[in-house]
Each structure stands twice: as C-alpha cells, then as structure tokens.
Design a protein around this ligand. Structure first.
Ligand SMILES: Cc1cc2nc3c(=O)[nH]c(=O)nc-3n(C[C@H](O)[C@H](O)[C@H](O)COP(=O)(O)OP(=O)(O)OC[C@H]3O[C@@H](n4cnc5c(N)ncnc54)[C@H](O)[C@@H]3O)c2cc1C
Length: 398
C-alpha cells in the first residue's frame, strides 16, 4: 500500500450505470479517476432495471412532446453506436437482449388513444406489423401491434464491459470499512482501507443512487434533494416466449415486459409499468394474484398456468421534484468540490457523463493512479433479481 496521498482529478462514489459511464467519460478525457463501490457493481437500480433504452415513447403517450421525451430521444442512437463498438465507451462485448420493443394495446378505448399519442414526436420510428410478423405472445392481441427501435440491454453484461475496461481504477470500500471523506480547502481527501490509502481528488462525484443522500449528509451538503419512488416488480419464469415491450392504455403503460434467460435456460419475464406501480401497496401474494389477472387481459392466449412467480421491491432514487413526479431530465448538482448525480433513467447515463465532464475543470495531467491501488479489493458484479427471488408456483389464478 502507498503512504503518500494519491492526487486525482476525480473520485466517483457508486458503480451503477451513472458512475461507470462517468468514469469512462472522464478517463477518456485524460482525467485521472478512481471509482469507489460499497457493495457490488450495479447493486440496486441498475441490476433491477429492465434495460430498455427508451427513446421517449413512455412520455408521448398522451400525444405531447414532454421535456422528458426531448431529453431522452437522442439516447437510443448513442447506445446503439456504443453497443456495436462504433463509439466509446465500446460495449460491443455486451450482448443485446433485444433490438426492438413491441407496442400493443388491449381492447379498451383508452388503450387505442395511447397508441395514437405514441406516434407524435418520437425519434425512434414505430412500424406497425402484420399479424403473422408479430411475436408469438402477441398473436391474439386486438388491434395494432407496432415495433419500436428501442433496444433492451443485458445490464449485467454492460456492467461487466465497464469493469473489464476500467478494473484498475475501480475499488471496493465495504460498509464495514467505508471510505471516509473530508473536505479540505477547495478539494477533499478520502481515506480507504482503514486509512492505508489516501486519495486527494479535485472533485468528488456522488453517483451512488439511493446512497447519495447519506454521502451528501456526511460532507455537510444540504439533504432533502433526493426522492424515492417505489416499484414492486413481478417476475414470471418457465417455458415462456421471449417478449419485450409495452402494453399501453391511454397515457399509461399498463405493463412493460422484458425477458432474460436464466442459467437453466428458462425464460424470465420482468414485469413493470402500472402493475409494479400499483403493486407497491400490495403483499407479494396479492401482487402475484393481481399480475396473473392483468397478464391474462394484456396477453390473451398466453398460457401461464405452469409458470413460477416472484416479486421484488425496487426503489427508484431521483432528484427531488415538486409533487414527487419523475424528473424530466437527469439531475446534476455542481457544488464544488462535490458533484451529485441522479440519471433518472438508465438510458440517460451518457447524458449524465457528458454533463459531469463539462462541469469539471481541465485535467491536471497527473498520469495513471492505478499502480498505487494494485492491492485494493475489487467489487464483483451484482446478481440479477431472479437469482435472489423466492419463487412460487400457483395452481389456480387468485
Ligand atoms: C425496476 C426498475 C426498472 C427500471 N427500468 C429501466 C429501464 O428499462 N430503462 C431505463 O432507462 N431506466 C430504468 N430504470 C431506472 C434506472 O435503473 C436508474 O435510473 C439507473 O439504473 C440509476 O443508476 P445509478 O447508477 O444512478 O444508481 P444505481 O444503479 O442504484 O447504482 C448506485 C451504486 O452506488 C453504490 N453505492 C451506494 N452507496 C454507496 C456508497 N456510500 N459508496 C459507494 N458506493 C455506493 C451501490 O451499491 C450501486 O452500485 C429502472 C429502475 C427500476 C428500479
């Protein structure tokens, strides 16, 4: 271990999508950086997420081009270029779960209106498809089924791609031996590994999702700048068709379904949208019974009688808004030497990283700090929610 303080341009707290993308952006701009993770990389929102690279569809369902839709509509092209390796960060080693999402509706009138609204102001084109070109799960759905150019990423594989590229400058600081931050003049010092390593960055970036509030409090920054909006997600596992997309009803997303393959090659559906929002006040059993009923309406003709079910609670940490609504854009608070970020959506991580890089002073040309950190422990990747879920089989719908 080193004895002198290691000078750096920036230290980032939190290895979810926001912290990792920001690390990549800062390193590429010639800055010397270290990322500190408390637990596993992506533990929390990034690994819980459905991995949809939204292009703004969800925010145009009422036919209005909202601020959220404007902020997010350039993101799919950026992600697509990174996932094919045509742009940095090169994420070409992370397989994409789906190149497209489907958009469909139930037979309700409100649902028909949502499909029309979604056509307005989108940069991601939407194509209606003939019945025989639909995915198996949507063959029996009433009305139009459309295909959207919204990719669905494998979030764990993307976290892994960042880890491979930057493993030298990503370190662990577990809860039983946390990093201790002290504000010194215009900068800060950070003590790691029980004081054996001291970092001296010009800037400290809090990208710790739900952990940001405690980090801010620890350095005397104003608290109350974060809000938490809960979700109670449903998981369905078994011999299921792969499905990616949104069932819309008016301006609401009635259900958003994405698929992943488990180690045993079963398909797992992550079910979000309104089901998960309404499920917040329900017990897991009540939510599963409700989800069974909903999915029989949303996906007529799909037999889920042999499926297994589980749920997980997933709080979304965001910058605070009046009325507790979702922020329209990313939140980046520059309070030198600290910067606090909440990306609002995984898809907006490139925007967070670009804004942080623009807020930071020019690189100090300090060289590579990694050699000084060779003996530090490294974080693992977080496990997806279906690996930790309590699965149950149901014989009859509740
Ligand atoms: C169920 C669900 C589904 C979603 N689906 C989508 C989707 O399909 N598309 C989309 O664009 N967005 C989606 N989102 C939103 C998206 O997941 C989040 O906006 C995004 O992942 C937030 O990333 P983050 O890096 O800010 O936070 P996180 O992913 O929460 O990462 C924070 C990291 O900081 C670490 N940490 C915490 N405290 C400390 C500390 N003191 N020191 C060091 N490290 C610390 C944590 O262990 C973690 O690794 C979804 C969210 C949820 C909950």
């Amino acid at each position: 271990m080193t004895h002198g303080a290691i000078q750096l341009d920036a230290v980032i707290f939190g290895g979810g999508i926001a912290g990792l993308w920001t690390l990549d952006e800062l390193v590429r701009s010639g800055r010397s950086c270290v990322l500190i993770e408390r637990d596993a990389l992506g533990e929390g929102q990034t690994i819980w997420s459905q991995g949809i690279i939204h292009g703004g569809l969800k925010y145009t369902l009422d036919g209005l081009l909202t601020g959220s839709a404007r902020a997010i509509r350039d993101m799919p092209a950026i992600w697509r270029a990174c996932l094919t390796g045509e742009r940095e960060p090169n994420l070409s080693r992370a397989p994409v779960r789906s190149e497209h999402c489907w958009l469909w509706r139930t037979d309700s009138l409100r649902s028909r209106a949502g499909m029309i609204g979604a056509r307005v102001g989108l940069r991601t084109p939407m194509r209606t498809v003939e019945v025989d070109a639909r995915p198996r799960a949507l063959r029996d759905c009433p009305g139009t089924v459309a295909q959207l150019d919204e990719q669905v990423i494998d979030t764990r594989a993307v976290l892994g791609a960042f880890l491979r590229t930057h493993q030298d400058c990503i370190v662990s600081a577990p809860t039983d031996d946390p990093a201790r931050i002290e504000r010194i003049g215009t900068g800060a010092t950070i003590a790691l590994a029980d004081g054996a390593v001291t970092l001296q960055p010009e800037r400290v970036i809090f990208a710790a999702g739900g952990g940001n509030e405690a980090l801010r409090a620890s350095v005397g920054l104003e608290t109350g700048r974060m809000q938490v909006r809960d979700l109670h997600m449903v998981l369905v596992r078994g011999d299921l068709p792969e499905l990616f997309g949104h069932c819309v009803d008016g301006a609401r997303t009635r259900a958003t379904i994405t698929s992943a393959r488990t180690d045993k090659c079963d398909v797992v559906w992550q079910v979000g949208g309104e089901i998960a929002e309404r499920g917040v006040s329900m017990s897991p059993d009540a939510l599963i019974a409700q989800a069974q009923r909903e999915l029989s309406v949303v996906l007529p003709g799909v037999d889920l009688s042999a499926a297994q079910w589980a749920t997980y609670r997933a709080p979304r940490a965001e910058g605070v808004t009046a009325g507790g609504k979702r922020p329209e854009d990313v939140v980046v608070m520059d309070e030198p030497p600290f910067v606090t970020v909440w990306p609002t959506k995984l898809a907006l991580a490139p925007r967070v990283a670009a804004l942080v890089a623009a807020a930071l002073p020019a690189p100090l040309q300090l060289g590579d700090a990694a050699a000084n950190l060779a003996q530090m422990a490294r974080p693992r990747l977080a496990a997806p929610p279906w690996e930790c879920a309590e699965w149950r089989s149901l014989t009859a719908s509740g």
